[in-house]
Design a protein around this ligand. Structure first.
Ligand SMILES: *[C@@H]1O[C@H](CO)[C@@H](O)[C@H](O)[C@H]1NC(C)=O
Ligand SMILES: *[C@@H]1O[C@H](CO)[C@@H](O)[C@H](O)[C@H]1NC(C)=O
Ligand SMILES: *[C@@H]1O[C@H](CO)[C@@H](O)[C@H](O)[C@H]1NC(C)=O
Length: 410
């Protein structure tokens, strides 16, 4: 496959060193329910195809330096390519982060939070706090935790510069099948304690809510806090515990509004994944249903197009998904745990891309093939045009159709 795409879903964190300190700082929960916390809103760039990721520019340090991060709700730790010196960095040293004696010692509570719930091992409390994160696409980052200022502007007009811990990544490896990502690092938006969101909440800056709106035209926005949640129209489903990923379910799949027999699915929402992955059986069923429909259409399989495993060509090259969407049906995820009908619609434009040669390619992939086993992962392609809210306070995930090129009114 010659296109760039990522699957940043963390599989495991390897614990390298840890402290024996007994003071485990617990994270908030002590905010009064009505404290008027503001939000941080950040503009995104990127797209599903050809880039394969959505990214945000974050300023770090004093004086601040900007770094571009791939946004990833499938992992917790934020890291940036770091000149310590670095192996596996594709940014020139000038553009890498330079630590200046701000490494987090392994006895620090945040290091404990990083390695939680494993047993600490930190013979010298001043030693650095190591991290290693491995992603489902076989990329990885290794390094040490550092702490630095992140200047943010809040929606209420206040400027804040919380000191947040993140990874100084001085040893990266990338999956051999894809070109290395163009971003400086990964912004971990997961539920874990090391996540940037948890740290913002600890600092009393925002509520424990993160959300995004990925535009199909590219770009969009990301937010921390609850001020942008629309009061009407949001469909909510519970987040499943205990899990570090944003997992929802059980759900059944409908195709063109009709049952497929696919039931009891759990779905992970992962902005670090360019495409959507289904387990083998689900994938096979959906591919068959789509294929059967196309038998009576002018579309033919385009074996020569290696952009994605399955592509179709028309009489002449397509310019936009809108030209082919009538040949394809909507896939509906029906959450069966809900009292009301709670459904997430995946219309053709949320599972197809148009390749460089003008074919329509299926952005639904076989997760079993890449080691996801039975997990299903909703990637960027299927989250376009939706405002998606991960509410860690109420433990629920919400979505509503939205124009992601425009910030909502507050
Ligand atoms: C804005 O909200 C933050 C908390 O999110 C608070 O600390 C700050 O005082 C607020 N600023 C104004 C001007 O209300
Ligand atoms: C979706 O799931 C709900 C809850 O199980 C069920 O009542 C409803 O009939 C389903 N909708 C469709 C269209 O199958
Ligand atoms: C999905 O991948 C698994 C593991 O590689 C394979 O056994 C299975 O046949 C694949 N399913 C389809 C429909 O391609």
């Amino acid at each position: 496959m010659n296109s760039r795409f990522s699957l940043l879903l963390f599989l495991f964190l390897v614990i390298v060193s840890q402290s024996k300190s007994s003071i485990f700082k617990t994270f908030p929960g002590n905010l009064s329910p009505k404290s008027p916390l503001s939000s941080v809103v950040l503009l995104l760039s990127g797209n599903v195809f050809p880039l394969g990721y959505y990214s945000v520019l974050l300023q770090i340090g004093n004086p601040p330096k900007a770094f571009e991060f791939d946004i990833d709700t499938g992992s917790d730790i934020t890291w940036v390519q770091c000149d310590a010196p670095c192996t596996g960095c594709n940014l020139p040293p000038k553009l890498q982060y330079k630590p200046k004696g701000n490494t987090v010692p392994c006895s620090d509570p945040i290091c404990l939070a990083l390695h939680f719930p494993n047993n600490p091992q930190c013979p010298n409390p001043k030693e650095q706090c190591d991290y290693e994160v491995n992603y489902a696409d076989q990329g990885s980052s290794m390094g040490a935790l550092v702490i630095d200022q992140f200047p943010f502007k809040l929606l209420n007009g206040s400027a804040m510069q919380p000191r947040l811990a993140f990874g100084c990544g001085y040893d990266q490896s990338y999956p051999s099948a894809h070109p290395p990502p163009a971003t400086a690092g990964v912004l971990g938006l997961g539920r874990g304690k090391i996540g940037l969101l948890t740290q913002l909440v600890s600092a009393g800056l925002t509520r424990n809510v993160v959300g995004h709106c990925l535009s199909s035209k590219g770009g969009g926005y990301l937010f921390f806090g609850d001020t942008l949640i629309p009061s009407l129209g949001v469909a909510w489903t519970p987040l499943l515990p205990p899990d570090n990923h944003y997992t929802t379910g059980p759900a059944e799949l409908l195709f063109n509004g009709k049952p497929t027999g696919l039931k009891g699915l759990k779905l992970i929402f992962d902005t670090g994944s360019s495409y959507t992955y289904f387990n083998s059986k689900t994938y096979q069923t959906i591919v068959n249903l789509i294929g059967n429909d196309l038998k009576v259409s002018p579309l033919k399989v385009a074996k020569e197009d290696k952009t994605l495993p399955i592509c179709w060509k028309g009489a002449k090259p397509f310019k936009s998904v809108l030209e082919v969407k009538n040949f394809f049906k909507t896939i509906t995820i029906n959450f069966t745990n809900a009292r009301r009908n709670t459904q997430l619609q995946i219309p053709p434009e949320s599972y197809l891309i148009i390749s460089k040669t003008g074919n329509a390619c299926l952005g639904l992939l076989n997760g079993s093939e890449v080691g996801l086993q039975n997990s299903n992962v909703i990637g960027d392609i299927s989250m376009q045009g939706l405002l998606i809210i991960y509410d860690n306070e109420k433990q629920q995930l919400g979505w509503v159709s939205s124009n992601c090129n425009k910030l909502p009114k507050t």
